[in-house]
Design a protein around this ligand. Structure first.
Ligand code: SAM
Length: 269
């Protein structure tokens, strides 16, 4: 059987009894980074065969792992920290298990987006997780705009190098929006700072942001800036998962313009 085992995101005390039991009874442990997980396993006196399993070899490892599972061995999957599959490898392996009807389970534990959501104080009844924010200005703006229209809390991963740029992009399109920056969760310097983009920018310009970061956007009034055709199409794609063809059709309806005109505007951007 395959076990996805959640591990601490900064505090070793957060490992569960079940996680340790499962790792101790595993025939093989798949690790995103064997050297990294070795530190955790040694700390708990666990010595098991390890196999590297990361985003660049996940597909290639699949058959080997499936052979173990078909032979009824116990295999655990660890990411560097937190819950496997959440912006971490494992998706294709789980797809293969579903296809072959091989059993798998998750040993629950720390998961930074959920930890940040609970700490933010923002609404928890409806939320979306959008992974890492894009680096380039255009895709970042489209992603942020789509999130600012979302009716619920948005959770995104950020890095200390990028957080100021993202906050500045939000400041331009939605200066009043309530945000939270959750940093170093479960660690000594854990912090969840709330405020508007400009308040957070002022703080982080004074006190350099460090460590791992989750950025949250509270639901609020959608930005009232005039949305151009290109942005509208990108938002429709982001927000509703439409293909560009479908988004062009929807934008034509919303703007009450012929599809061909929207198509030309979009493709000549
Ligand atoms: N699967 C992991 C989980 O369940 O938390 C997330 C893996 S993702 C590759 C790594 C990102 O998660 C980091 O860049 C950061 O944005 C966020 N993260 C992980 N640990 C964190 C922590 N202790 N505090 C704040 N954010 C954290």
């Amino acid at each position: 059987m395959l076990f996805l085992v959640a591990t601490p995101i900064g505090n070793l005390g957060d490992i569960s009894e079940r996680a340790l039991e499962t790792l101790r009874s595993s025939d093989l442990i798949l690790c995103e980074d064997t050297r990294h997980s070795q530190i955790l396993l040694r700390h708990f006196g666990i010595e098991k065969p390890l196999l590297s399993f990361h985003q660049f070899n996940e597909k290639e490892r699949e058959e080997r792992v499936l052979t173990h599972l078909r032979e009824d061995r116990t295999v655990s999957l660890l990411s560097d920290a937190g819950t496997p599959l959440i912006s971490d490898p494992g998706h294709w392996l789980i797809q293969a298990c579903v296809r072959e009807d091989l059993p798998f389970s998750l040993i629950p534990g720390p998961c930074s987006p959920i930890q940040a959501l609970a700490l933010s104080g923002f609404e928890t009844d409806r939320f979306q997780f959008i992974g890492f924010l894009p680096r380039e200005a255009g895709p970042l703006k489209a992603k942020l705009l789509a999130s600012l229209f979302y009716r619920g809390t948005t959770i995104a991963f950020e890095s200390p190098q990028r957080i100021l740029a993202s906050l500045k992009a939000i400041e331009k399109i939605s200066p009043e929006r309530e945000l939270a920056v959750a940093r170093e969760l479960t660690k000594t310097y854990e912090e969840c700072r709330r405020g508007t983009a400009s308040e957070l920018i002022a703080h982080f310009q004074e006190k350099k942001p460090r460590g791992e970061i989750v950025l949250l956007l509270r639901e609020g009034t959608p930005p009232d800036e005039e949305i151009g055709i290109v942005e509208m199409i990108e938002i429709l794609q982001e927000l509703h998962g439409l293909t560009s063809k479908e988004a062009i059709k929807a934008a034509a309806k919303l703007k009450d313009l012929p599809k061909s005109e929207i198509y030309n505007l979009y493709h000549c951007k």
